[in-house]
Design a protein around this ligand. Structure first.
Ligand code: DO4
Ligand code: MG
Length: 285
């Protein structure tokens, strides 16, 4: 089942259930005004299944604007969870190479704060490249939707936009390389329910377009993530509470060549086979 936030004309965000490629069901009349009421409810998926068989208003997806599927959750990210990411980080910085090498094998994962909910951009909205960065890349990542108890209740697509020259210059610059205006995109919706073993069969594909031409394409499989989802979630919830739940990006396994940097007006497309497509144009911020 697919849960989304959307708006028709400017107004209160609404909650919907995506029924197929072109249709969603508006859940307002069913009394659902927040995704949290579904995500925090053990029977959330069965309730949505039941509602989707009832006669609630249906809308064409093409007539609504999808909003980022996040309400009050903090967005966090894991790093160096794929071998490909470890290699990229070690290549980009002699200064930090040992740290990345160690964290890949360490018991404690790298987890960092990524975004406040209100700063996340949705599919269709621009993602940012910093004007003081020379080397900017998208990071296509599976995002875990975690309930306030730390349980994985769903999945969405995330883009952990990053400034690799700033990150590579000094590890202490990581927050500036990772957290800036429009540096986090999530969407298009939340896929509720599948188990980790099903999700590990999914593919993650990244395509970057420049003036309608593909300038980079790459893919990986979710199964390449070194740590299991519960392990990442449990570390995030250690000595930390998230009353509204949290969203955790699980790291990138697709890295464009070191000669590649994003430019303004490029378009980033991230597809995860079990979820859908997150598509964002690029702007300088
Ligand atoms: O410290 C580097 C962050 C790495 C990262 O964001 C990733 O592996 O996805
Ligand atoms: Mg990342």
């Amino acid at each position: 089942m697919r849960l989304c936030r959307f708006e028709t004309t400017a107004g209160q965000p609404r909650i919907g259930c995506v029924l197929d490629e072109s249709t969603l069901m508006d859940l307002t009349a069913a009394g659902i005004n927040k995704m949290e009421s579904v995500l925090e409810n053990e029977g959330g998926v069965s309730r949505l299944e039941q509602l989707s068989r009832e006669n609630h208003p249906r809308l064409a997806l093409s007539n609504v604007r999808l909003l980022a599927p996040v309400e009050q959750q903090e967005v966090w990210a894991a790093g160096v969870t794929y071998l490909r990411s470890k290699k990229a980080r070690m290549d980009e910085s002699e200064f930090s190479a040992t740290a990345y090498d160690r964290v890949y094998d360490a018991e404690r994962p790298e987890l960092f704060f990524k975004s406040l909910a209100e700063k996340v951009v949705s599919t269709g909205e621009p993602v940012g490249i910093r004007r003081d960065a020379r080397w900017s890349v998208p990071e296509p990542e599976l995002a875990l939707i975690l309930s306030s108890k730390g349980k994985v209740v769903g999945y969405t697509i995330g883009n952990d936009m990053s400034s690799r020259d700033i990150e590579g210059e000094n590890l202490l610059y990581l927050p500036q390389a990772k957290i800036y205006q429009c540096s986090c995109a999530l969407g298009p919706w939340i896929e509720l329910g599948p188990s980790e073993s099903t999700v590990r069969e999914w593919k993650i594909r990244l395509k970057i377009l420049r003036r309608d031409q593909v300038v980079f394409a790459g893919e990986t499989s979710v199964d390449q993530i070194k740590r299991c989802f519960d392990e990442l979630a449990q570390f995030l919830f250690r000595s930390q509470s998230f009353p509204h739940g949290a969203i955790l990006l699980t790291g990138t396994g697709v890295v464009p060549p070191d000669t590649f940097t994003l430019q303004e007006e490029d378009v980033v497309e991230i597809e995860i086979s079990g979820i859908g497509l997150l598509r964002n144009p690029v702007m300088t911020v």
